[in-house]
Ligand binder design. Structure first.
Ligand SMILES: [Zn+2]
Length: 259
């Protein structure tokens, strides 16, 4: 476990980072690693001098197994409430099955193939036991943070997945971004897998506009926001036209949510 900022800790969970945030009325965990990460996370809670029951909220940045993996077990063991964007809820519940988002580079395509293969191998040999869980709270409302008294906001930052969110902490000026950005060789770059490039770019801009000092990604080390290096590129119209059955019209949905 490493301290990122005052009251913010990085907990290396299985395959991805989890973050513990100290709030006035309990602890908040952001993401939960692959199934089996609960042991390490509970250890980290103990290291902070807290009890499992001090964990009050588990916020999932998005639906992928390396982020939601141990949320169900942790919810049972700690009594914490689970929060995610409504789009990601059915994946945590096991109603919808996770599909890897599109890859946009050769390296990304290789990673996509490998992670898909790894996922099915693990599943086939029952190495990972994913416990599904009901998500209690919709993380598109600021009220999820009110209960624990955390001074910050949950920002909808789609792109990597439709329901990706970022936790922004006002006091420490830390943004916990899930897989919106990945940290590699001292840089923060766009994710390898994206459901939508324009949405990812817009979401990164949204996060930058908040003026964070430190960015905490799902993979790799936390870095200063000045290390964001995202290439701008023209999006091929063909890719936009390729609509999948699962795709939901974000704009009309945003209107629905606003009304
Ligand atoms: Zn992801």
């Amino acid at each position: 476990m490493r301290k990122v900022a005052e009251g913010v800790y990085r907990v290396p969970a299985r395959s991805a980072n989890a973050y513990l945030v100290e709030a006035p009325r309990g602890l908040v965990l952001v993401d939960s690693g692959l199934p089996g990460s609960e042991k390490g996370i509970l250890k980290a809670i103990a290291k902070l001098g807290k009890k499992p029951s001090d964990l009050k909220l588990v916020l999932l940045t998005h639906r992928h197994l390396d982020h939601i993996g141990s949320a169900g077990v942790l919810k049972k063991r700690t009594g914490a409430k689970l929060a995610s964007h409504p789009f990601e809820k059915p994946y945590a519940a096991g109603t919808l099955v996770i599909q890897a988002p599109s890859a946009w580079s050769l390296y990304g395509k290789m990673v996509r193939k490998l992670t898909t293969l790894e996922y099915w191998t693990l599943k086939l040999f029952r190495i990972i036991k994913f416990q599904t869980a009901h998500v209690d709270l919709a993380a598109d409302e600021e009220s999820v943070l009110e209960e624990v008294g955390l001074d910050g906001s949950v920002v909808w930052t789609p792109g990597h997945t439709k329901g990706s969110v970022t936790l922004f902490l006002n006091q420490s000026s830390v943004a916990i971004v899930g897989d919106l950005l990945r940290s590699r060789r001292g840089r923060l770059t766009e994710p390898l897998l994206m459901e939508s490039i324009p949405q990812t770019e817009a979401s990164i801009k949204r996060v930058v506009d908040l003026g964070p000092e430190i960015i905490c990604p799902g993979h790799g080390k936390p870095l200063p926001a000045s290390r964001i290096k995202v290439k701008t590129r023209a999006v091929k119209p063909v890719i936009i036209a390729k609509k999948k059955e699962e795709d939901i019209d974000l704009e009309s949905l945003a209107k629905d949510l606003a009304s």
